[in-house]
Write a new protein. Structure first.
Length: 273
């Protein structure tokens, strides 16, 4: 049996008449009667019986009706849910964020949730290379990463450049330099190649890094947006000319941006300076 037959049977039960059910369904009465008989043959039970000029629903028929109503309701809810996901009214948006990226992310998320309160938002933090791998594994829809990256199979929609600042404790200006990235990653390459900053010590956790600076164990270099998000009380900082860090919003080219990702991009563009 299929959902069409369930709809036919439900109409017969609800109208308590094959004739009225046929009119409701806009089909010929003999065709509807034939469909009900096919259901009875397939199930091996009687679903309706003649009762004078009307019909009587058997106990088996009543049970089938209960199940059919549930199935038809589930089918309708599924259609609506799929439609809502396609339209971006519901669904899950999974965004990856590099430790040093997306200073306006909170603002964009706020706008997204206000416009689409039915969505589920998941934000995952990690190094840019790890986020790219998660995109390729399709466990993320999009990500904010620091360039340069291996861009093979990756589409870039939005980019933002910002300067670096050196940060140190005034009592320990010559402490060891610790870079907020790992060797081979975007920020590390930028600092090494463009600023000729050399350090074998790294720490990708910004809060830990700032703690090391506060304790006089480190001097570091951070992008401007990161500094705006941190408590820099008691620390000194100075602008470093000659290099900029670039943040990009990316997704997997093969799959393209999801509907929710497109809506998120629209918000980013609307609020662009």
């Amino acid at each position: 049996m299929d959902l069409r037959q369930y709809r036919y049977f439900c109409a017969v039960v609800e109208e308590q008449s094959v004739t009225r059910a046929a009119e409701r369904l806009r089909m010929a009465q003999p065709a509807l009667t034939q469909q009900i008989r096919r259901m009875e043959e397939e199930l091996g039970v009687r679903l309706i019986e003649r009762a004078g000029r009307g019909i009587r629903i058997t106990s088996s028929g009543n049970r089938l009706y209960e199940r059919a109503v549930s199935l038809l309701q589930f089918e309708q809810e599924t259609r609506m849910e799929v439609s809502d996901i396609e339209a971006g009214r519901t669904g899950i948006l999974r965004i990856g964020v590099n430790t040093l990226s997306a200073s306006r992310l909170v603002e964009w998320i706020e706008q997204m949730k206000r416009r689409h309160p039915g969505i589920i938002l998941q934000v995952h933090q990690g190094e840019s290379s790890a986020l790219i791998e998660r995109l390729k594994e399709r466990s993320l829809d999009a990500a904010f990463v620091r360039l340069p990256i291996d861009a093979q199979g990756i589409s870039i929609e939005w980019m933002e450049e910002e300067p670096f600042h050196q940060v140190w404790h005034p009592d320990h200006p010559t402490a060891d330099l610790i870079i907020p990235s790992q060797e081979g990653l975007g920020v590390f390459q930028t600092l090494s190649q463009r600023l000729s900053v050399v350090s074998q010590e790294t720490c990708s956790d910004v809060l830990t890094l700032i703690g090391l600076v506060r304790s006089g164990q480190a001097v570091t270099v951070l992008p401007e947006s990161t500094l705006r998000e941190l408590d820099m009380t008691g620390l000194h900082q100075t602008y470093l000319s000659g290099a900029a860090s670039t943040t990009a919003f990316v997704w997997l080219t093969e799959t393209g941006p999801t509907t929710l990702t497109k809506q998120f991009i629209e918000i980013m563009k609307e609020t662009a300076d």
